[in-house]
Design a protein around this ligand. Structure first.
Ligand SMILES: [Zn+2]
Length: 218
């Protein structure tokens, strides 16, 4: 997590140490050409789950036949976003009662739970979302929900109720965000997924701009 004057980087560092769901394929990088060994360039390749660190789930991940990540409207992943603290315990699903003010102030809402504090040290009892909260936000115009845990459903969930609610409203999901340094408030989110054909997810580089007019000055 790095902070500059103008934006928060809410992307955990991608490395082989980054935790992935039990049984999923961890990130690894192999070097095929290396100047340290006399090659003229550095060249490497990676193997990884697409649900790596900060990532966007595609609808086909949780709904058979639904759209892949390459088909998603990028407008979902950039624009006004609200960071909301959820006063929720480990292993709980966030409901309206965990929010000081449950009325969303932006079409994208990112929940800071603090229940998955170290992305390099996996804990199974992270917080997730209730389908009721998703419905509450959807009917108020929210189109993206993000969270600072690996999933919007509990790790051992079989029915994936929160993902199903997301599918009902065709909302977008960001998981695995690092919101530890980000105060509650309104920001501009940019978190674009890669254009991966048929893919069920994509890692994203997610940032929160304090002031969107910054972009016009770059
Ligand atoms: Zn995912």
């Amino acid at each position: 997590m790095s902070v500059t004057k103008d934006y928060f980087d809410i992307t955990p560092l991608v490395s082989r140490r980054l935790g992935v769901f039990p049984g999923d394929v961890a990130f690894s990088r192999s070097v095929s050409l290396d100047p340290a060994k006399g090659d003229n360039i550095l060249l490497s390749s990676v193997t990884t789950t697409l649900h790596l660190g900060a990532h966007a789930d595609a609808p086909n991940h949780y709904h058979h036949g639904a759209s892949a990540i390459a088909e998603r409207d990028l407008a979902l992943y950039m624009g006004r976003a609200q960071v909301l603290q959820a006063s929720v315990g480990r292993g709980e699903r966030i409901g309206l009662r965990h929010l000081r003010d449950p009325e969303p102030k932006a079409p994208r809402v990112l929940f800071r739970t603090g229940t998955f504090p170290d992305p390099e040290s996996w804990n199974s009892d992270f917080a997730s979302l209730t389908p009721e909260l998703i419905t509450h936000l959807a009917v108020r115009g929210v189109k993206l929900i993000g969270i600072d845990t690996p999933s919007i459903d509990p790790e051992d969930s079989r029915h994936l109720e929160a993902h199903a609610a997301i599918a009902t409203y065709d909302m977008a999901i960001l998981e695995g965000l690092d919101l530890t340094q980000v105060p509650e408030g309104l920001y501009t989110l940019i978190a674009l997924p890669l254009r991966l054909e048929e893919a069920d997810a994509s890692p994203v580089r997610a940032i929160l701009l304090r002031d969107a007019t910054l972009l016009s000055k770059l």
